[in-house]
Design a protein around this ligand. Structure first.
Ligand code: ADP
Length: 447
């Protein structure tokens, strides 16, 4: 087992990883920018190293500084959290070259999944259902027209190097195709330095359903069920739940089994999430994330398994603590992402939190790095905490969520808490009846 883990992240996820390390008796080092000197994870860590000024590229993305911090403190492993360097294959390779363990998959697996065309090809080869579309990059208009006619309109043009919901263009008819292909490719070139684009069928009312998987590094794979993350704004998840209100037990077992086998066949090591669009009883692979996800706590709530403990065990060569048959699903969990943003306009609202009071009681978990008197710096994303609620079933979970939202107090800044108080009283949400466009339509109506 590791002696000392360096946490290369900030905010709630740095604290989340730190807690797991403490439980496992592992020493912790955190790195931080000058803007985060007062952060909770810095206060609670055994050691901390300031690695640079506020901008991420000079601190949390500065590979040389982070490797130097490992060498100075003698850390033998790095947990990257999510975002920042968590899906940076070069970072994983550099750590390996320094004999420091990257708590995540190999650089090669990160590279395959980071290239969407390659990821889709790999998924297909592993028996994962994919969205019908081109078999690789599409460059000329004639080929684009042929493929689009074959799969049927509407189609979506996506950048192979895309991410964060950027680099996508929809063509409703053949008349839109030429411009869509051209602009998608030009924009991808400018934004990602790679103009490769591909075409797939545009699904009109899908849900976003993702499967949590783990490879043990010895050729075994398991799944921890699915999460439904259909409530999104600008392709950013807002509310996540497990299990999905849309799946039955047969569908769950089928897609879970396919994913677990694929992970085993790939020889994958660590945590991963295989993301699907789901429509009319069919699953369509869109991408795989090779890291821990923001919404992992809903899976922890219904399985009772600490996924960060598992990541650390697997990375240290100790394998998983559970076999597939040990993973049981119990009840229902919902996560609300609480952002320091105006709940109507979603503009960021940094500043000082004058009062911070979290709800408690049975089935409530709050993952947050903020506290009363904490000043939210303006340099990073606006997630200040996550409220995760568990109940024996979805009805009980929703009752508890409503109560927990009423107890939650964040003064001094604006947050998205009022949005969740509205959502929890909505009939469609109560019925679990929503797709990936539901929230945007709801917000447009409210304006
Ligand atoms: P990113 O890596 O940028 O997040 P994804 O491939 O995961 O890109 O897609 C992000 C979102 O775009 C999906 O959650 C979905 O809302 C939409 N999307 C992507 N592909 C399709 C498709 N074929 N049909 C409909 N919507 C899609």
């Amino acid at each position: 087992m590791f002696q000392k883990i360096l946490i290369a992240n900030r905010g709630e996820i740095a604290l989340r990883v730190l807690r797991a390390c403490k439980e496992l008796g592992i020493q912790t080092v955190v790195v931080h920018s000058t803007a985060d000197a007062d952060a909770m994870h810095v206060r609670l860590a055994d050691e901390s190293v300031c690695i640079g000024p506020p901008p991420s590229r000079d601190s949390y993305l500065n590979i040389h500084q982070i490797v130097a911090a490992c060498e100075i403190t003698g850390a033998d492993a790095v947990h990257p959290g999510y975002g920042f360097l968590s899906e940076n294959a070069k970072f994983a390779d550099i750590l390996a070259a320094h004999n420091i363990t990257f708590i995540g998959p190999t650089g090669d697996h990160i590279r395959i999944m980071g290239d969407k065309i390659e990821a889709k090809r790999t998924a297909k080869r592993l028996g994962i259902p994919v969205v019908p579309g081109s078999d690789g990059a599409v460059t000329d208009q004639k080929e684009a027209r042929r493929i689009a006619a074959e799969i049927g309109y509407p189609v979506i043009i996506k950048a192979s190097a895309g991410g964060g919901g950027r680099g996508m263009k929809v063509a409703l008819t053949e008349a839109d195709l030429e411009i869509a292909l051209q602009t998608a490719s030009t924009e991808a070139g400018a934004a990602f330095g790679d103009d490769a684009v591909y075409i797939e069928k545009y699904l009109e009312k899908p849900r976003h359903i993702e499967v949590q998987v783990f490879g043990d590094g010895f050729g075994r794979g398991v799944h921890f069920g699915e999460r439904d993350c259909s409530l999104q704004r600008r392709h950013q998840k807002v509310w996540e739940e497990a299990p999905s209100p849309a799946l039955n037990a047969e569908e769950r077992a089928r897609i879970g089994g396919i994913c677990a086998k694929a992970i085993a066949d790939l020889g994958y090591s660590g945590a991963g999430t295989i993301e699907f669009l789901y429509e009319n009883g069919e699953f369509y692979f869109i991408e795989m994330n090779t890291r821990l996800q923001v919404e992992h706590p809903v899976t922890e709530a219904i399985t009772g398994i600490d996924l960060v403990h598992e990541q650390i065990r697997v990375a240290s060569g100790g394998g998983l603590s559970v076999k597939q048959e040990d993973i049981k699903f119990n009840g229902h969990a919902i996560e609300c992402r609480i952002n320091a943003e105006d709940p109507r306009t979603f503009t960021p609202s940094p500043g000082t939190i004058t009062h911070f009071h979290t709800p408690g009681g049975l089935g409530i978990r709050v993952d947050s790095g903020v506290y009363s008197g904490y000043k939210i710096p303006p340099y990073y994303d606006s997630l200040i905490g996550k409220l995760i609620v568990h109940g024996r079933n979805r009805v009980e979970c929703m009752m508890r969520l409503r109560r927990a939202l009423d107890e939650f107090v964040v003064d001094g800044i604006k947050t998205t808490l009022p949005l969740f108080r509205d959502l929890v009283g909505n009939a469609d949400i109560a019925n679990g009846d929503y797709d990936i466009h539901w929230l945007e339509k709801y917000l447009a109506k409210e304006e």
